[in-house]
Design a protein around this ligand. Structure first.
Ligand code: HEM
Length: 471
């Protein structure tokens, strides 16, 4: 064992044996030079990178304003590292690995001595990067006493209030670290998360994982357009325009002028796992489905319009329709509230049934589908954006009859990693940058709303599926 291996073993808590099994520091730290070395072959991924790879480095992390890919693997991890030194070591290792994988390269040497496991799990060595983006964030729990960050907690990273209709599963709520892997290949996205978890080893407890998918542009030969959610509606029509840098500066990116400065170039993500009750939905009339949304199902047009992009006339929408409640179009106040939605559909087989559930005829009900939306939204301040929107939706949205919020989280999305000398979280651990690339702001600053009273997350409780008619 070299001295640097001893250092890593001490800082990570990995035993010498497990470190050697992981291929030593070279494999664990995944230095850029290690990729493909000694194999005698150039992985196809390397040959193809450039056309399908998106840069990992930049003032903002990729995966926020990046046009959505087709697949999501989202992991929320609780860390088992004890101090800021160990955290920095892990974040540097993740930085190196994330940059490698974003280029379509394995996280370490493909060939190893006979006694060692390969550094990379290997399932995508023949694939290109598939537009992989990896986006990292920190939850409120990272600002407890473990790392000495208590005074650095950003105010926008406040715990979300408990909404009246929440049925949150504690195993899918909160957590220390958010890792969002998006790619045009499910295997590439999964590989990325798996290898980041593997690099962390005993330093990470995976709290929850959610896979998702999106028919971006539709299947080959189809008409494409805005992807549809699993209720059959176009979802994303009136989302923010990510090419509008003034809008992104106003509604999405944290800036140098607000506290804390270490977050400049970062953002805040709210995630909600929202199950859609498709059994009753599929029996609802087309009129009911459209009334619930305030848009036409097939064209996506708002009520009163004929085409998807037609102007939304609020007065023409049913008063409790999802679109009207989500965005009442009250001028600057509504504009400042708008969030960048980047959700994915999910389908996880059957919903867990915790006891005999009877339908209205007294017959046992089984086989309710667990599918819905992995809602992900980026914003500059959840207290002034997601929270007021969701507060209105929770109280008034006609869609609530068909939704169950089962998971939740809020995360500070770290500023981007500038280059190979930088690493994820450097501004938090080493101090903010002197400047960040200026982003033009022409629209007014986000109006700060009164911060809702903080409530604690509910105690774990048994979750029962609702009684539902099956036919
Ligand atoms: C399974 C749950 C949900 C479904 C099926 C759903 C579906 C939709 C659909 C079809 C639209 C209209 C098309 C569009 O402009 O994108 C929409 C708009 C919107 N939704 Fe949702 N949504 C869900 C959850 C949420 C949640 C939890 C929020 C919380 C903030 C939210 C906020 C919005 C907003 C802000 C708009 C844009 C309204 C506008 O500006 O016109 N949605 N949603």
């Amino acid at each position: 064992m070299t001295s640097s291996e001893t250092d890593i073993a001490q800082s990570t808590g990995l035993s010498r044996r497990s470190l050697l099994r992981a291929g030593g520091v070279g494999a664990l730290v995944v230095g850029g030079v290690a990729a493909g070395l000694g194999t005698g072959i150039a992985p196809a991924a390397q040959a193809a990178s450039g056309t399908t790879s998106l840069p990992f480095f930049g003032p903002n992390q990729a995966g926020v304003t990046t046009p959505a890919q087709q697949h999501l693997t989202l992991a929320v991890i609780d860390l088992q590292v004890g101090n800021a030194f160990e955290l920095r070591t892990l974040l540097k290792q993740w930085t190196l690995a994330a940059n490698q994988m974003s280029k379509g390269q394995p996280v370490g040497a493909l060939s190893t001595p006979d006694s060692q496991a390969p550094a990379d799990s290997g399932e995508v060595v023949d694939e290109n990067a598939a537009r992989l983006t990896l986006t990292f964030g920190l939850g409120p729990s990272m600002f407890d006493s473990r790392f000495g960050f208590t005074s650095k907690r950003p105010l926008p990273l406040s715990d979300l209030p408990v909404f009246s209709k929440d049925q949150l599963d504690p195993q899918r709520t909160g957590g220390d670290v958010f890792i969002q892997a998006c790619a045009d290949s499910a295997q590439v996205a999964d590989h990325a998360v798996r290898n980041l978890i593997r690099i962390a080893g005993i330093r990470a407890n995976v709290r929850w994982i959610q896979r998702g998918f999106l028919d971006v542009g539709g299947a080959p030969g189809s008409t494409g357009g805005t992807p549809r959610n699993l209720l059959g509606f176009k979802d994303g029509t009136s989302n923010l325009n990510t090419n509008d840098s003034a809008r992104m500066a106003n509604n999405v990116w944290a800036s140098m002028s607000e506290s804390p400065a270490w977050m400049a170039g970062g953002s805040y993500a709210v995630i909600r796992r929202v199950r859609t009750l498709v059994e009753p939905w599929d029996n609802a009339s087309l009129k009911e489905q459209e009334d619930v949304h305030g848009r036409r199902k097939y064209s996506g047009a708002p009520f009163g319009g004929t085409a998807e992009r037609d102007r939304v006339e609020t007065a023409l929408l049913p008063i409790h329709s999802h679109v009207r409640v989500a965005n009442p179009r009250n001028g600057a106040a509504s504009e400042n509230e708008r969030i960048l939605r980047r959700g994915f559909n999910y389908s996880d087989g059957l919903a867990p049934i915790t006891g005999p559930i009877l339908n209205d005829e007294g017959q046992p009900v089984t086989g309710l589908l667990d599918m819905g939306l992995m809602f992900i939204a980026f914003q500059r301040d959840p207290r002034a954006q997601f929270v007021p929107i969701q507060t209105r939706l929770d109280a008034n949205d006609a869609l609530n009859e068909y939704l169950v919020h089962t998971g939740s989280g809020v995360f500070a999305i770290l500023p981007g990693v500038l280059d190979t000398s930088d690493y994820l979280g450097s501004t938090l651990l080493d101090g903010p940058r002197a400047t960040v690339a200026p982003t033009p702001t022409t629209t007014p600053a986000v109006a700060r709303r009164p911060v809702p009273k903080k409530k604690r997350a509910p105690r774990p409780r048994k979750r029962l599926p609702r009684r539902r008619r099956t036919s």
